[in-house]
Design a protein around this ligand. Structure first.
Ligand SMILES: C[S@@+](CC[C@H](N)C(=O)[O-])C[C@H]1O[C@@H](n2cnc3c(N)ncnc32)[C@H](O)[C@@H]1O
Length: 251
């Protein structure tokens, strides 16, 4: 592990390139490990996100940091033929898997997957009804800027729904959560990534588990939504605090 990475710091020099390498490395087994590590709960978190996104029928939606496309597929199913869904990501390999998976999904309309950066979206101001993002914010070099961009591209009346890992506030629950993260998740990840360091730094699952440390959650995160301009920001605690789902409303 390189000195420049602080154990509880989520920002470091060269982070964007590092993150891209991490997701390129794990793209082929990303969905499988996600399902195991979340004990299948990830599907419920995604369903909850759709509920918070409101009526998606014929809406224009954007999924930022779409990865292998699971959230974008749900948006498309809910938006129907009259809707339009884009999924953007900085890691081409993750998008390759999204495209492969889409062939079997029988969606009302294909998702438009494209390479793009959450920190400078190519889309116009006020152009989407709904913006979603799952588990991406820990990976960006500027969290506030990513939220500002979501706000910018949303139409007035639009919604941002963002899921991120969190930590249980209750100390007893947190004790078990940390055991689970340090042992089960870490060793499960290691079985796949073999502990291979990326760019001389963390191995992929060392990064993905440790990046929760020091990462803003709860009110600290909703404050960032308010700072971006959202008129209302709320968060919903899921799975005893392992995940938070944030909802921002643009007036
Ligand atoms: C943990 S994965 C989540 C993927 C997907 N949203 C899901 O729910 O499974 C994080 C994704 O964010 C992408 N990502 C990281 N930084 C990004 C950025 N600045 N712009 C766009 N995508 C980014 C990564 O390439 C990766 O695919």
């Amino acid at each position: 592990m390189n000195e420049e990475i602080k154990p509880n710091g989520t920002q470091f020099e060269g982070k964007e390139e590092y993150v891209k390498e991490v997701f390129t490395e794990i793209a082929s087994y990303y969905d499988e490990t996600n399902d195991m590590m979340s004990m299948g709960m990830i599907k419920g978190w995604h369903r909850f996100m759709m509920k918070k996104a409101g009526d998606l029928g014929s809406k224009r939606c954007l999924d930022v940091g779409t990865g292998t496309g699971e959230i974008a597929f749900l948006l498309s199913e809910n938006a129907g033929e009259g809707g339009e869904v884009f999924g953007i990501d900085i890691t081409p390999k993750m998008l390759e898997y999204a495209e492969i998976k889409m062939k079997d999904r029988n969606l009302p309309k294909p998702v438009v997957f494209e390479i793009g950066n959450a920190l400078s979206l190519r889309f116009d101001n006020d152009s989407f009804d709904v913006v979603t993002s799952g588990y991406m914010l820990r990976n960006v070099t500027d969290i506030q800027r990513a939220i500002d961009e979501m706000y910018r591209v949303l139409k007035p009346g639009g919604r941002a729904v963002v899921a991120e890992l969190s930590k249980p506030e209750n100390r007893a629950i947190r004790f078990f959560y940390e055991l689970y993260m340090r042992h089960r998740v870490y060793w499960l990840g290691r079985r796949y990534d073999k502990g291979k360091p990326i760019g001389g730094k963390y191995s992929p699952y060392e990064w993905l588990t440790s990046s929760v440390e020091g990462f803003p959650r709860g009110k600290e995160m909703t404050d960032k939504f308010l700072r971006a301009g959202f008129s209302e920001a709320q968060y919903f605690v899921k799975s005893m605090g392992a995940v938070n789902i944030y909802l921002g409303l643009k007036k």
